[in-house]
Write a protein that binds this ligand. Structure first.
Ligand code: GLC
Length: 766
C-alpha cells in the first residue's frame, strides 16, 4: 500500500489518527502494553471475530511530532510512526522491540532455472516457487538477529518457526501431514517473538487468507500479509513470554474451566458401527480396569449421515443405551458436522430451507456441495438467527443424554472441490463471501454449539472442533485433526501442542495412536505416554485401520497403556489446577520448556520435551526402538525423577533409560503435587482425602476445588487451599471456602514417608 508522507495527526484519548498523503491510519493504545495499528482496507472499522467487547483501558497517551515522525507513548511503550506508515516499537527505556523494515525486499537464494527445466519439474508434480510474492496488505519487520518465532497455532512444524513461511486458510488435509505444509485446519494469526532481552507478540487480526514469512524470503526481515480485509494488528508487549500470552488472551479470551470428566480418558474410533460394538468397548474398559470417561459416536451413528438424528438400525433405543452407559460412568460424545443432507422431509433441511438459513450461490439458489451425506447444504453461521437455530438443535442431542458435541469438517470441508470464493455467506446483516468467512466458519459454529449446550444443560459445554480462528478458545476445545500412526507424527505432536497452547488454546490434544495408517503396539505405548499428559486425551483411529484400543495388541501393551491412563487419573487434580491458571491468565497447560525457563537459552528450541504446568516435565520417547534418551534439565532448580525419586541438578543433560513401560518424567523441586486415587471414571470415588507428594524442601502450591460441572464457581462456589513447605514443615491452609465439599484428610508423602492426617479447621501445620 502506498501511504505517502505524513500530512497531519490528531490525538484524542488513547487514539491517534494519522493522515498520510494517500491513506489514513489509527494507532490506539488498548492498554499500556498493547497497541493496535489499523488502516482501513475493506472497511472503516474492523469487525473482529476474535475480540469480543471493548478491551480498551484508560491509558495516558502522549503524541508529538519530532522532526518528520510522530512519537506516541504510553507508560510502557513508545511507538514511532514514519512516512509510508512505517512503525517502530520501543520499550519506554528505549530498547528496540520491533522495527519496520525500510529497505527493498529481496528473495535470497532463489534458483534461476530455465522455463523448460521448470516445466519438466512440474511434470513430475514438483511445486516451484519464484521469488517475491506481493500482497495488497503487507507489513515487513526487521529481524534483529536473535529472534525465535513461536505460536501460529497448529502448523505442522517445529517450535521455532524461523526460516519458514505459513498460510492461514483453514484446510482439511487428509493426506499425511509433513513439514513443508504451510497450512492446516486452524488459523491463529498470533506470533510470539522471543529475543534475549525482549518478548512481544503480533496478532494480525485479519480473518481472510493471510500469510506469514518468518525470514524464509530473506533472513533480514519477516512479514505478515493479506490481499483483503484491513491492516489491523496488535503489538503485545510483555516482560516475559507468559505475559505476552496473557496479553493476547486478554484480547481474545481464555480457555474456560472444563467439566472434570472431560479430563479423563476418551476412546474413539471411526466408527463404533453399532450399539453392540460400542457396548463391548465399554465392557472391555471395565473388565481390563482401564479408566475411561468418554466414548464416541462418529458419523455412522446417524441415520444416513443426517445430523441430529440416530440410525435406529445401528443404534436402536439409543436413549436407553446412553442412560445405561451413564450409570456405568461413561459419557457419550457425538459428532455433528455442518453439512446438512439435502432431503425434503428431513427436519433440519426443511427448517433451514423454510427460514433461509443456508448459504447461497451467487445466483441466489441454495448452494450445494457434497459431504458425507451426499448432496448437502451449509448453515450460514455468520448470522445470529442461524446460530440461534443451531444452538436450539443441540437440544436434540443433550435431551437424549449426549454429554458433548464434536464439530468436524468445519473448515468447511467439501468433496466436490472447495466452496468457490464468491458463494454468499453473511456476516450478520452484511452479505459477504465464502472467501471472507471461510476462516471463521468453524468458530461461529462452535460458538452456536457452546451456547446451545449451555442453555439446555446449564453445564460447562464440552465442544470439540477441528477448524478454528483466534478467540474460539472461549467456546471450544480442539484436536489436531487427521494425523497418522507415524513416529514422525508423534514427534511433531509435541511442538504442535506447545504451539497451539502458546496461541491461546489450552484444551488441545492429538489423536492418540494416530488416526490414519496402522498403529503398532510400540507406537501406541509411546503415544499413550504423551497423551496422558496432554490436556485432551483421546485415542482415535480411522475407518479401515487396525484397532488401537489399549487391548487391541497384546497383554504387555494393554498393561502399559493402563499404567499411563491410570497415571492420568492420578494427575487430574493437578491438571485441573493448570486449567484454572489457563482460565485466569491464559497460560497454557501443555508448554514448551522455554515458556517456563526463558532465561535458559538452551530451552529455546527443545522440541521433544515439554512441561505440564509449572512442575511436571516429560521427556518421552518419540522414536521407534529407542529405550533410552538424553534429557535436558533446565537451569535454576533441582529436578526429581518421578519414577525413582533420584535428584538431579538443573542445567545438566542426563541419559535416562526408558524401556517401553517408562516415560521419563521429572518434577521440579519445590513441587507439592495434588493427586487422586486411581479410579475407573471421574466421580467413581468421592475424594475426601487428597494425596500430596512433596518434592524438596521449599515450595508453595495453590490447589483449587469446585463441583467440576457448572458455572457456580463464578459466583464464588469453590475452595482454595494453599500448601506451603518451609523449614522442614508443611502447612495446609484453606484460603477460600466457598464450596461445601471439602477434604477431610490429606495423605502426604514427604521425606520418604507417607502418612495420613485429618483436616477439619482452616489451617494445619505438619
Ligand atoms: C474426519 C475427522 C475424523 C473423523 C472422520 C469421520 O476425517 O477428522 O476425526 O473420524 O472425519 O467423521
Amino acid at each position: 500500500m502506498n501511504y505517502g508522507r505524513i500530512k497531519s495527526f490528531h490525538a484524542e484519548g488513547n487514539r491517534v489518527e494519522i493522515l498520510f498523503e494517500h491513506q489514513k491510519a489509527a494507532i490506539t493504545a488498548i492498554t499500556d502494553e498493547i497497541i493496535n495499528i489499523f488502516s482501513p482496507g475493506q472497511s472503516e472499522i474492523n469487525h473482529s471475530f476474535a475480540i469480543e467487547g471493548d478491551k480498551s483501558k484508560p491509558v495516558n497517551v502522549i503524541a508529538n511530532m519530532v522532526g518528520n515522525y510522530i512519537v506516541i507513548s504510553t507508560s510502557k511503550l513508545a511507538v514511532y510512526v514514519y512516512d509510508q506508515c512505517r512503525v517502530n516499537f520501543y520499550t519506554s527505556d528505549g530498547t528496540v522491540l520491533c522495527r519496520d523494515y525500510k529497505g527493498e525486499r529481496e528473495a535470497q537464494g532463489v534458483a534461476i532455472i530455465s522455463k523448460e527445466a521448470a516445466e519438466q519439474a512440474r511434470m513430475e508434480g514438483h511445486v516451484l516457487t519464484d521469488g517475491l510474492t506481493r500482497h495488497a496488505i503487507e507489513v515487513v519487520k526487521c529481524i534483529e538477529g536473535d529472534e525465535y518465532f513461536y505460536g501460529l497455532g497448529d502448523k505442522y512444524s517445529f517450535l521455532d518457526k524461523k526460516g519458514y513461511d505459513f498460510e492461514m486458510w483453514n484446510s482439511d488435509l487428509p493426506e499425511p501431514h509433513f513439514e513443508s505444509m504451510t497450512r492446516l485446519y486452524k488459523s491463529i494469526p498470533f506470533l510470539l517473538v522471543h529475543r534475549e532481552a525482549v518478548n512481544y507478540g503480533i496478532f494480525f487480526d485479519n480473518h481472510h487468507r493471510t500469510y506469514f514469512d518468518l525470514g524464509k524470503e530473506n533472513d533480514g526481515y519477516y512479514s505478515f500479509a493479506a490481499d483483503e480485509g484491513n491492516l489491523d494488528y496488535y503489538l503485545i508487549y510483555g516482560t516475559t513470554l507468559k505475559s505476552v500470552i496473557s496479553g493476547y488472551t486478554y484480547l481474545t479470551g481464555t480457555t474456560p474451566l472444563p467439566q472434570l470428566w472431560t479430563l479423563g480418558y476418551h476412546q474413539c474410533r471411526w466408527s463404533y458401527e453399532n450399539r453392540a460394538e460400542l457396548l463391548s468397548v465399554a465392557d472391555s474398559m471395565r473388565e481390563n480396569e482401564i479408566p475411561c470417561d468418554a466414548l464416541y459416536c462418529d458419523i455412522d451413528y446417524m441415520d444416513h449421515f443426517k445430523v441430529f438424528t440416530w440410525g435406529e438400525s445401528q443404534y436402536p433405543d439409543h436413549r436407553k443405551m446412553l442412560e445405561e452407559l451413564q450409570k456405568r460412568g461413561f459419557k457419550v460424545v457425538t459428532i455433528i458436522d455442518p453439512g446438512v443432507k439435502k432431503e425434503e422431509g428431513y427436519f433440519v433441511y426443511d427448517e433451514g430451507i423454510a427460514n433461509d438459513y443456508f448459504v447461497h450461490a451467487p445466483d441466489g439458489s441454495v448452494y450445494e456441495n457434497v459431504v458425507w451425506p451426499g448432496d448437502s447444504v451449509f448453515p450460514d453461521f455468520g448470522r445470529r438467527a442461524v446460530r440461534n437455530w443451531w444452538a436450539d438443535k443441540q437440544k436434540c442431542m443433550t435431551d437424549d443424554g449426549v454429554a458433548g458435541i464434536w464439530n468436524d469438517m468445519n473448515e468447511p470441508a467439501s468433496f466436490r472441490g472447495e466452496i468457490p470464493g464468491d458463494v454468499v455467506f453473511y456476516d450478520e446483516e452484511r452479505a459477504s463471501t465464502h472467501r471472507e468467512m471461510h476462516n471463521v466458519y468453524a468458530s461461529l459454529m462452535a460458538k452456536a454449539t457452546y451456547e446451545g449446550i449451555r442453555r439446555h444443560t446449564g453445564k460447562r459445554p464440552f465442544v470439540i472442533t477441528r477448524a478454528f480462528y483466534s478467540g474460539a478458545q472461549k467456546y471450544t476445545t480442539a484436536w489436531t485433526g487427521d494425523n497418522q500412526s507415524h513416529w514422525s507424527h508423534l514427534r511433531y505432536a509435541i511442538a504442535q501442542l506447545c504451539s497451539i497452547g502458546m496461541s491461546g488454546l489450552a484444551f488441545i490434544g492429538t489423536d492418540v495412536g494416530g488416526f490414519g495408517a496402522n498403529c503398532t503396539a510400540e507406537l501406541l505405548c509411546r503415544w499413550t505416554q504423551v497423551g496422558c499428559l496432554s490436556p485432551f486425551f483421546r485415542n482415535h483411529a480411522a475407518k479401515g485401520t487396525r484397532h488401537q484400543e489399549p487391548w487391541a495388541f497384546d497383554r504387555q501393551t494393554m498393561e502399559i497403556c493402563r499404567k499411563y491412563i491410570r497415571l492420568r487419573y492420578r494427575l487430574i487434580p493437578y491438571l485441573y489446577d493448570c486449567f484454572r491458571i489457563a482460565e485466569a491468565m491464559g497460560i497454557p497447560v501443555f508448554r514448551p520448556l522455554v515458556l517456563n525457563f526463558e532465561k535458559d537459552a538452551n530451552t529455546a528450541r527443545i522440541n521433544d520435551q515439554f512441561m505440564v504446568g509449572d512442575w511436571i516435565m516429560a521427556a518421552p520417547i518419540v522414536d521407534q526402538g529407542k529405550v533410552s534418551r538424553d534429557v535436558y534439565l533446565p537451569k535454576g532448580c533441582n529436578w526429581y525423577d518421578f519414577h525413582t525419586g533420584e535428584r538431579f541438578p538443573g542445567g545438566s543433560r542426563i541419559l535416562r533409560e526408558a524401556p517401553l513401560d517408562t516415560c521419563p518424567i521429572y518434577i521440579k523441586e519445590g513441587a507439592i503435587l495434588p493427586l487422586w486415587p486411581v479410579m475407573n471414571y471421574v466421580g467413581e470415588k468421592k475424594v475426601d482425602c487428597l494425596e500430596l507428594m512433596v518434592f524438596g524442601s521449599d515450595g508453595t502450591y495453590t490447589h483449587y476445588q469446585d463441583n467440576g460441572e457448572d458455572f457456580a464457581y463464578r459466583d464464588g462456589e469453590y475452595n482454595l487451599y494453599q500448601f506451603m513447605r518451609r523449614n522442614g514443615r508443611l502447612s495446609i491452609e484453606m484460603t477460600h471456602a466457598g464450596y461445601a465439599e471439602r477434604y477431610e484428610a490429606f495423605k502426604v508423602t514427604m521425606n520418604g514417608k507417607t502418612f495420613k492426617i485429618k483436616f477439619s479447621g482452616r489451617k494445619l501445620v505438619i
